[in-house]
Design a protein around this ligand. Structure first.
Ligand SMILES: [Zn+2]
Length: 66
């Protein structure tokens, strides 16, 4: 899996890929979030590996400014 890049907004490396735990959501979604400025990617559902990869890719794409 790709390593997460620093936050595109504040430059912090305190970014984390984690699993959302929502009572009203039957699916376990994965997101990447910056703990400094609280920005995060969309949530992704699917297989665990798919979700992790999609969230990581979405975050890294945002860093590149595409
Ligand atoms: Zn940030």
């Amino acid at each position: 899996m790709d390593k997460l890049k620093p936050c595109p907004f504040c430059g912090s490396s305190e970014v984390e890929l984690f699993e959302m735990d929502e009572e009203d959501n039957p699916y376990r979604a994965w997101v990447v979030r910056c703990h400094k400025c609280d920005v995060q990617t969309a949530m992704f559902v699917g297989s665990i590996e798919q979700k992790k990869r999609c969230a990581t890719n979405a975050w890294n794409r945002r860093v590149k400014g595409e």
